[in-house]
Every structure is written in C-alpha cells, then in structure tokens.
Design a protein around this ligand. Structure first.
Ligand SMILES: *[C@@H]1O[C@H](CO)[C@@H](O)[C@H](O)[C@H]1NC(C)=O
Ligand SMILES: *[C@@H]1O[C@H](CO)[C@@H](O)[C@H](O)[C@H]1NC(C)=O
Ligand SMILES: *[C@@H]1O[C@H](CO)[C@@H](O)[C@H](O)[C@H]1NC(C)=O
Ligand SMILES: *[C@@H]1O[C@H](CO)[C@@H](O)[C@H](O)[C@H]1NC(C)=O
Length: 483
C-alpha cells in the first residue's frame, strides 16, 4: 500500500512537495476561472462593503474627499467636501426651468458658516469659472440642527453650452489652487457629474418612482418584501432607497430587487464628514444633521428622477398609498388630475395601523393573513394588522405623504413640498389614503377603539404568493420548505 512507501522519510517529503505544488496550481487555476467567467466579481465585492453598518466603510475606504468622484464601479452618490469649508456637495443637476442656463448643486452646509462659492465647470475641453454664483439658499426645514440642506446655483459662463462635471471652491480659498488647475481628464473625473443634461416631457423610463429616504439599522424584512410587492401591484416600477445600514437578510432582498430592476440602492453614509442625528430634535437626538440626512436624500431623489419618471412618490417603506375605488396608481392619477388639477402635489392622509395589536378580522373574513412560509422571516406582516387608529383632529394634517410630478418641484421636505410650481392638494380619503403599519401613534387606545379596514386584503390573493416567491428566490426560506 501507498502508506508503507510514504513511511520512508525522503519519499514523504517528495509527496508533500508535490501536494503543495498541485494545491497552488489548482488555486491559481480557480482564480483564473473566476476571473474569466465572472468579470463583474469586483462589483460584487463593492456591493458588500456598504453593509451592514456604517463603521467598516470608514476603515476600508476613506479616499481624500476630492477623489470621491473617482470611486470605482460608478459609485452613485459621491459626497464631496469643499476645501477650507464645512460644505459637503451631494449632487449636481442641470436646471432647465428658470429661463437661464445654470447648474443646481445640492449640498449640506454648516448653517452659521458664511461661504461665497465659485464654481469650476468642465465645458467640453475647457475648465471655466462660473461668475455670479448664488450664495447657498438653505432650506427652511433644518430642524435647528447645525447643518442644513442647501442649493447653490452656478450659472454657465458664456461660451459654455453644456457642462459635464462641476466642483465648488470657496472664493476665500487661496487663488493658487485655481491658477494651477489644468484641464485634464483627471480633473473632471474628480468633480461631480452634472446630471439631467436634457429636459424631457414624455417617454420616461418609469411611470411611478417611490423615493424611500434613509434606510438604517433595518431588519424588517417581511414588511419590506410585502411593501415592495404591493407597490408593484399599484404599478410602481422603480423604488429608490438611500441606504445607510441594514441586516444581512435585508441586503439579500435588496440585491434580489436590484437585479430585477425594481430597486436602486444609493449608499448614504455621512460618517466621513459629520455625525447624523438619529432623530428630529437636536436636544434629544444629538448630531449635526437631521435624521440620517433625510432631507438631502429626498431632494436628490426628486432631481435624479425628474426626467426618468412620470411621477415620484415620497414615503417610507412602512407606508402604502392605496386608492379606494380603483386598484392602481395608473387609474388613480387621472382621477386626481381631473379633480385637483395637473402638476400638483397630492397629499394623502396618514392612517396608522398599530403593529402592537393583532385582532382577527370580523366574521365573513376567513382569508389567511399569515402564510406558514413566512413564520421564520423577521419583520412585520402587514396583513395581520388591519385595525387602524381613528383619525383625530390633532394629527389629521400631520405626517402625510405625497405623489408629485417631479418637474413641477424645486425643493422637497419630508411631508409635502417647500417649493413647487402649483402647490399641493389634499386628497379626499374616499379616493385614496395612506396605510401606515407601524408602532402606535395613540398608544392609549384599547383594541375596541380601533377601526377595521380591509382595503389591503383586496390585494392579498396576488400578494401572498408573490411574497413567498421573493423570499424563496432571495434565499430566505430554507430549501426543504420550498415545495
Ligand atoms: C483642495 O485641496 C487639495 C489639497 O489641499 C488640493 O489638492 C485640491 O486641488 C483642492 N481642490 C480644489 C478644487 O481646489
Ligand atoms: C454672500 O456671502 C458673502 C460671504 O459672507 C457675503 O459677503 C455676500 O454679501 C453674500 N452675498 C449675497 C448676495 O448675499
Ligand atoms: C406607463 O403607463 C402607460 C399607461 O398605463 C403604459 O402604456 C406604459 O407602458 C407605461 N410605461 C412604462 C415605462 O412602464
Ligand atoms: C422555521 O424554523 C424551524 C427551526 O429552524 C424549522 O423547524 C421550520 O421548518 C422552519 N419553518 C419554515 C416554514 O421555514
């Protein structure tokens, strides 16, 4: 037997040698194969360092701010600091609606820092400086945090028809920087890309885009999948998620929908620049910027989809705007435009369905609201919470969410708009309203005071199998349970 031979010391050595060499060759061959058949393998890695928390990102990749634009794999939002100021640039969009050629730069600024900016623009083969740059206009909804969202408008200099990339400097910064600036491919690649180069009024890529701002520490997988499936039944064809951090299971779901083309995930991490607050009040939730940077995210989303989507809706993943007399948003919007006028923002009343109370639906309903397949998936099952809090005067006009024609909007706030062309209209609750499945807003109510509403069940025969399919295909149900 072989074992006998190997007992001779020198043959044993030879055998070990041979083993090591063939092992190395096998590994090299495998790497070669992976490289050959999976050219996007680096892309896969890049997806993973955005999750699950903010922290590792810091260590792994903190390029100097000016190089953010050069991050590999078409990094979607590249926050960029302005030298010698506290200003952080979020994104840049060509503004077509104000009668002059200009670029809108969405930024987050330290509110008590007074900065005059100069814009550097890449115009074909020239690097030009924009004159007459507006001082930043800080949005009113800063909630008294030290930092606020701002717009900085950069007019295109004469002789510059279009600009592909832009950067800002402080006028106070030493002029040496600008004199040394030579136009090169590298210079422009390190600037922000100017998006929305062409205005459009039809043939959009999407009909309904939902902007979900700031996903953080997210683990509510079942409700995420259910909401994304209801949205599709409503004819939503794009969902944009600004993601700070989430669980491994959530990431599987996001990857699944990204691959399907429904979801766009935008990495949203501010930790290199400032400390975001986890709440709405500087005194209670300390930090530099309101609620994970929700306001700049919403503003970015509206501009990002301005010429890609016919309508944009702004609401969270635990909120669903359900029409009452028709089934989909495609049927709802003509009704709203007929009744309230076109190009408005439509505001939907917030109805809270507390997740703390589970009551079985009244008699005639025997529909299964809980699929046995879902029992091991973490998160809220919206079909099990069909009792809502009554609408009370005190909160009737609060926490509403909107659907809007993004081309009629200049700036966004969380609930409703700050600046738009035609203003907003309340939608009658018998036409459509928002279903918000979450922790109670009126925690002192008894179960008897809650009101049954089964609108969601009219989607459940299509919803239930669709949710199970997604959970299975994204790997969240174990194989032995998939029949
Ligand atoms: C910002 O400062 C860095 C280092 O001081 C310099 O290399 C860079 O060119 C500056 N950027 C601009 C746009 O002036
Ligand atoms: C813009 O800010 C600068 C710097 O503080 C200030 O000197 C200037 O007056 C401001 N310009 C306008 C138009 O407000
Ligand atoms: C948008 O909706 C219209 C009418 O329902 C439909 O014909 C069109 O194909 C939809 N567009 C997209 C991009 O899905
Ligand atoms: C849920 O998990 C338990 C324990 O791991 C397992 O026995 C059961 O089959 C699982 N159920 C489903 C539907 O996956």
């Amino acid at each position: 037997m072989m074992g006998n031979d190997l007992q001779k010391p020198h043959q044993l050595k030879k055998f070990k040698h041979w083993m090591v060499i063939s092992f190395v060759i096998t590994i090299l061959f495998l790497i070669f194969l992976i490289w050959l058949y999976k050219p996007d393998v680096t892309l896969q890695f890049s997806v993973h360092y955005h999750s699950p928390t903010d922290a590792p990102q810091n260590k792994e990749q903190s390029p100097p701010p000016q190089q953010c634009g050069q991050r590999p794999n078409g990094q979607k939002v590249s926050l960029m600091a302005v030298n010698e100021t506290k200003t952080v640039l979020v994104s840049a969009y060509q503004e077509h609606r104000k009668g002059k050629k200009e670029v809108r730069v969405i930024a987050v600024v330290l509110r008590n820092e007074n900065v005059a900016y100069r814009c550097l623009l890449c115009c074909l083969d020239k690097l030009l400086i924009s004159e007459g740059v507006s001082n930043s206009t800080i949005h009113r909804d800063h909630f008294y945090f030290a930092y606020g969202t701002a717009d900085i408008m950069c007019p295109l200099p004469s002789g510059c028809e279009t600009t592909s990339h832009i950067s800002l400097i402080s006028s106070a910064a030493k002029a040496e920087g600008t004199e040394e600036l030579h136009m090169s491919e590298k210079t422009c690649n390190s600037f922000l890309e100017v998006k929305n180069q062409k205005a459009k009024s039809d043939s959009f890529s999407y009909n309904f885009t939902v902007c979900v701002s700031t996903m953080f520490d997210f683990t509510n997988v079942l409700q995420l999948v259910q909401s994304l499936e209801v949205l599709q039944l409503l004819d939503v064809d794009r969902v944009v998620i600004y993601k700070t951090s989430c669980s491994k299971e959530t990431q599987l779901v996001l990857d699944y929908y990204t691959e399907k083309g429904l979801v766009e995930v935008i990495p949203w991490s501010w930790s290199r620049f400032l400390k975001v607050s986890r709440g709405f009040m500087p005194s209670r939730d300390p930090g530099d910027l309101h609620y994970y940077g929700q306001i700049p995210a919403l503003n970015d989303c509206v501009y990002r989809y301005m010429y890609k989507s016919r309508y944009v809706a702004l609401h969270d993943i635990d909120e669903l705007i359900l029409p009452q007399s028709v089934k989909s948003w495609s049927e709802l919007l003509p009704i709203l435009e007929g009744k309230y006028g076109a190009d408005k923002c439509y505001m939907f009343e917030n109805n809270v369905f507390p997740t703390t109370i589970t009551k079985t639906p009244p008699a005639p309903h025997t529909l299964p609201t809980q699929s046995p397949d879902w029992q091991n998936v973490s998160g809220v099952n919206i079909l099990a919470h069909l009792y809502q809090e009554p609408i009370i005067k005190k909160t009737k006009y609060m926490q509403f969410k909107i659907i809007v024609n993004p081309r009629a909007v200049f700036s966004m706030s969380i609930h409703g708009l700050l600046e738009s062309q035609k203003g907003c209209s309340w939608v009658n609750r018998n036409i459509a309203r928002m279903y918000h499945t979450r922790a109670p807003r009126q925690p002192n109510l008894t179960p008897e005071q809650l009101i049954y509403n089964d609108r969601l069940l009219s989607y459940s025969d299509r919803l239930t199998p669709a949710v199970t399919t997604v959970l299975r295909e994204s790997g969240l149900l174990s194989e032995d349970n998939s029949h």
